[in-house]
Write a protein that binds this ligand. Sequence first.
Ligand SMILES: [Mn+2]
Length: 440
Amino acid sequence: MYERVTAALGERPAPISDAEMRQRQQDFCSKIESESHVAIIPNNPVAIRSGDTHHRHRFNSYLHYLTGWHGEGGVAVFYHDGGNWKCCLYVQPRDVKKEIWTGRRPGVEGALADWPVDETVSRENLEQGLEGKLNGWIHCLPCLDNEVDELIQNMTRFHAGMLLDDMRVIKSEAEIELMQYSADLAAYAHIEAMRRCCPGRGEWQMQAIIEGCFLYHESEWASPSIVGSGDNATILHYNENKDVMNDGDLVLIDAGCEIDGYASDITRTFPVNGKFTDAQRDIYELVLKAQLAGIEACQVGAPWSAMHQATSEVLAEGLIQLGILNCTLEEALGENLDGEYRQFFMHGTGHFLGLDVHDVGGGRQGDEGPERELAPGMVLTVEPGLYFGAWRDDVEIDPKWAGIGVRIEDNVLITEDGPIVLTAKCPKQITEIEALVGSN
Ligand SMILES: [Mn+2]
């Protein structure tokens, strides 16, 4: 079914080792200011139950980063005791009657045997466990003043988050290996979709080809796949994927997978019938030029905003050259990259990538902190686009461009020797794409 992909994929890298998790725990605890502090890292809420259907649970990335825990209900508590920081994991206890319905649980003993933590406790004892460890109780009357509630919540949450975000932003060798594999699988899935693309096929069928490929290789989507043909490509978060693809239209596919939690995120845009029209080619070549400039801007020491500056300059200039904007370059670009070109390129150029698709770290250190500088080990996306929705009534669009939406997205690793495109196996040159689409 996906033999081509299976044959092309290398061996799946090992998950993050217990030793690396232990090192992360140590690094995290060494950042905690005082030995009297306690860090509490809870999990995402338990799986949503709708009717009798249990929707799938997804572990919290912070908790997974520190402990590897992937089931429901885990809570990690870090505290200082007897001269050392300890990681205590609270887990759901064994309960055969419940496990018959919802699956096996490692339980307290199983968790201690198989997870890299110092101790495990039943979460039935969470309250008394915390009472014994928290010295600095906050005495407060909650639920009266929203601002006070929010402030306290932010102070506590923000802190652990920020310490961990600085760690998560820089990927280790083992993490990069997993991300490379994730990028490879997503690249090959996109190629499969290109090969099997033809007019009359449903957007949902392209989604099935791609997500089937993920599942076939023990993976799953990292964020809901977008398959938008024609005007649907001009809706940034379109994911109904319910229309039939028409001859002469472009199709935009934004899809990635996760491997042991590590995400890939690829967007490719190509003609449904395998041949770009002149207008489609003009826009595609411009977005590609901008994307290559964005990747080139991903150098060690460059500010986070450098890649957005680079893609914006190329797009603004190109829009003037194509006659889509009738203004000066200054007006097109705007003083703060907020000029006329934003009518057709409305989103940011990229985001960090890791255990979450829009990974932690942001462009700044904290909400108000200085802009981050790119450093070796960071992984981010570069994904400029141009969108000319025929349906829009807020802007005049020449019929020549109407219905064209193009985005090109790759995943880029920052290194001392310049940017490395992890998703390079997914073609994006026009000649490569035209040779692939519909070739099955
Ligand atoms: Mn993205």
